[in-house]
Ligand binder design. Structure first.
Ligand code: GDP
Ligand code: MG
Length: 679
């Protein structure tokens, strides 16, 4: 490959679990490439990544961090994604810009399972990826054991590219398995070439043989050479490694320490030689071939001062400031460097850019000179189903409209947030992926849009019904000066089967309640049913109006409406009211090793197990189906994650209402009465 051919900018996306060292790795890569002169650290809060207030405060990435650099003449964008499982959608958004993903792993057996959903996502989207085992400066685990644990979560073979050299407990360098050169790590900067230590020779030989055998699986030439005991030339091995990585057939494994800048040059070189060109990525994503600029949007960003930014990857250039693309004018074209936007005039193939002041763009859009393609297939990952909610209301009542608008902007930024105006509890619910996710969301409401909110727990949508029938005679009569008010009704109130709602039956004969007032009685009854004797909406009952009286002058719609209401409030307490709680159909996904534990979790939350089966498309995972009361779902995700190293998740759907009696019901009713009294 000549230098001219490598002129397109490439994009490497760093993913991996929370605290594996992605943000530190980006810093080390930028430093090694000469893009920054001083390496920042997470504790000092001065890294290029994590520049937002929400990220700095937590020392945790909360959105994709983007940086630009040039390494040996090649242009690169690095996207450092959040690792928290609750921010998986943000990570997936970042991956939509990737030519290659670097999975940053920790050398700890307990932290390998958490990578399973990442490997699965990369597989599903055919994103070429390599593994960088970070924190080798404090690695205690044996490499063979670590590889076994990591292989268990990857469907593609992991291929060691290096073996670490240990002196005592410490990893002091590595042998590159292609060149068979040994290196000694330095505290900062590129490692020193050394003679291969005697102790590592056997292991090196074995690992090299294994690497070649993996590669031979995909290449007959190489296989033949191996069978004839010939030693393939390094150039041939490098080419084969690059090809297999680009075809997403293997996952090369490198080692290092981001904090000490060890193994960074080796990682850079692997990226430089082996990462696909954007043209190949464009083909993988199904970007239509043709003439004229094309860019895909992978995130929307609202910034307090700069306004709305569209983050996009350019698949075909040039893009220029002021041009019209996707049906809108680009006002400001930038390279993003952490929290800094650097103005540029033009952007070419492969570059990651921020486009200023476009209002219509959405993540997943394809921007072309002919307009905006909104349904662009592989360009956008599915939104995860929400698993956790918080109720929000503006601290300042005047902010009601502003809150609605700001939440819409939050959702533009992060599609794994959604909003619900609950009709039963009248709460505005912010839905997302967990406590931290929503905490960040509410902080952004304040920091980005200046809307302070009060956060409370979502209420369970309890209802009530009746278990007995009754007949009720109620009369509303008032004599106040001029003409008075008069309405008199006789009704029969009866329970109905679950799910029937409310039925009103008119059996009045002989005009005792004149025709024109009958619907007023119904309205009055319905009105009362919004809050029954226990304090909740009443469902599944019928009301039959069979008789009554009227007055030629004093009767009116209003009077009969009040009478209808009275009949309910006087009659329902005699009908053995009972609480109804919402029951949900829940499907819990976990690696099969945890299925037994999940049974305990379900019964501990008053759930009923319906059965389990293997999860389609997920090797070694189960789907456990159950029914569970809504009140138990509220914090289910927290316990589920803590039981499953963070990887368990669930989906839910309302199923039915079920009677709740006894101590639990008494408590719900008492709490409700107290809340109503306090209102
Ligand atoms: N010992 C050691 N610590 C590291 C290394 N890389 C990162 N860390 C530390 O691990 C913590 C998490 O790092 P960070 O880059 O924020 O991880 P991220 O969540 O993956 O972005 C920080 O305290 C870093 O200083 C490393 O190579 N060795
Ligand atoms: Mg980070």
């Amino acid at each position: 490959m000549t230098d001219k051919e490598t002129s397109a900018a490439r994009c490497a996306v760093l993913v991996g679990s929370y605290t594996s060292g992605k943000t530190t790795l980006m810093e080390a890569m930028l430093h090694t490439a000469g893009a920054i002169h001083r390496k920042g650290t997470i504790p000092q809060g001065n890294t290029v990544g994590d520049s937002s207030p929400e990220a700095r405060q937590r020392q945790m990435s909360v959105e994709p961090n983007i940086a630009h650099c040039t390494y040996l003449g090649d242009h690169w964008s690095i996207v450092d994604c959040p690792g928290s499982i609750e921010l998986a959608h943000e990570r997936n958004a970042g991956l939509m810009a990737a030519d290659i993903a670097v999975i940053v792993a920790e050398p700890e057996l307990s932290k390998t399972l958490i990578l399973a959903p990442i490997f699965k996502f990369l597989d599903d989207h055919k994103i070429p990826h390599l593994l960088f085992v970070n924190k080798m400066d404090k690695a205690a685990v044996r490499v063979a054991e670590l590889m076994e644990a990591l292989q268990a979560v990857s469907s593609k073979p992991l291929v060691l590219r290096q073996v670490p050299i240990r002196e005592g407990e410490e990893v002091t360098g590595f042998v590159d398995l292609v060149s068979e050169r040994a290196y000694h790590y330095k505290e900062a900067g590129s490692s020193d070439l050394i003679e291969m230590p005697e102790v590592v020779k056997d292991r090196e030989g074995e690992a090299r043989q294994e690497m070649l055998e993996f590669l031979a699986d995909f290449d007959d030439d190489l296989l033949e050479q191996l069978l004839e005991d010939k030693i393939p030339a390094p150039a041939e091995i490098y080419d084969q490694l690059a090809k297999d990585l680009q075809d997403d057939l293997i996952v090369p494994v490198l080692f290092g320490s981001a904090e000490r800048s060890n193994g960074i040059t080796r990682l850079w070189k692997a990226l430089r030689h082996e990462a696909p060109q954007p043209a190949a990525t464009a083909e993988r994503l199904g970007i239509p071939a043709g003439e004229g600029p094309v860019a895909s949007v992978f995130r929307i960003l609202h910034l307090p001062h700069t306004g709305r930014m569209t983050l996009a990857r350019v698949w075909r250039g040039p893009l220029s400031d002021g041009m019209t693309i996707g049906g809108e004018r680009v006002s400001g074209l930038f390279h993003v460097m952490g929290g800094d936007n650097r103005k540029i005039d033009r952007a070419g193939e492969g570059e990651v850019v921020a486009l200023g002041r476009m209002e219509e763009t959405q993540a997943g859009d394809l921007l072309t000179p002919a307009g905006r393609v909104t349904d662009s297939g592989m360009l956008w990952p599915d939104r995860p189903k929400p698993v956790f909610a918080l109720a929000v209301q503006p601290l300042n009542r005047q902010d009601d409209v502003k809150l609605t608008g700001s939440v819409a902007k939050l959702i533009e930024e992060d599609g794994s947030i959604s909003v619900e105006h609950n009709a039963d509890t009248h709460q505005m619910l912010l839905w997302g992926q967990g406590e931290i996710h929503l905490k960040i969301a509410t902080e952004r409401l304040k920091s980005k849009f200046n809307v302070a909110v009060d956060v409370t727990q979502p209420q369970t949508a309890y209802k009530e019904t009746i278990r007995k029938s009754t007949q009720q005679h109620s009369r509303f009569k008032r004599q106040t000066g001029g003409h008075g008010q008069f309405g008199d009704v006789r009704v029969e109130i009866k329970p109905l089967p679950r799910g029937r709602g409310f039925e009103f039956i008119d059996k009045v004969v002989g005009g005792s309640v004149p025709r024109q007032y009958i619907s007023a009685v119904e309205h009055g009854a319905k009105d009362y049913l919004q809050r029954g004797p226990l304090g909740f909406p009443v469902v599944d009952l019928s009301v039959t109006l069979f008789d009554g009286q009227h007055h030629a002058v004093d009767s009116s719609d209003q009077a009969f409406k009040t009478a209808g209401r009275m009949a309910m409030s006087e009659g329902l307490p005699n009908c053995a009211p009972v609480l109804l709680e919402p029951i949900y159909q829940v499907t819990i996904d976990v690696p099969s090793d945890f299925t037994a534990k999940i049974h305990g979790l379900i019964s501990g939350r008053r759930g009923q197990i319906l059965g389990f089966e293997s999860k389609a498309g997920w090797d070694g995972w189960d789907e456990v189906k159950c029914q569970m009361p809504q009140s138990e779902l509220r914090d289910l995700i927290i316990e589920l994650r803590s039981l499953t190293f963070g990887v368990g998740s669930f989906e839910w759907n309302f199923d039915h209402l079920q009677e709740l009696t006894g101590r639990q019901a008494d408590k719900v009713i008492r709490d409700r009465q107290e809340a109503l009294a306090a209102d």
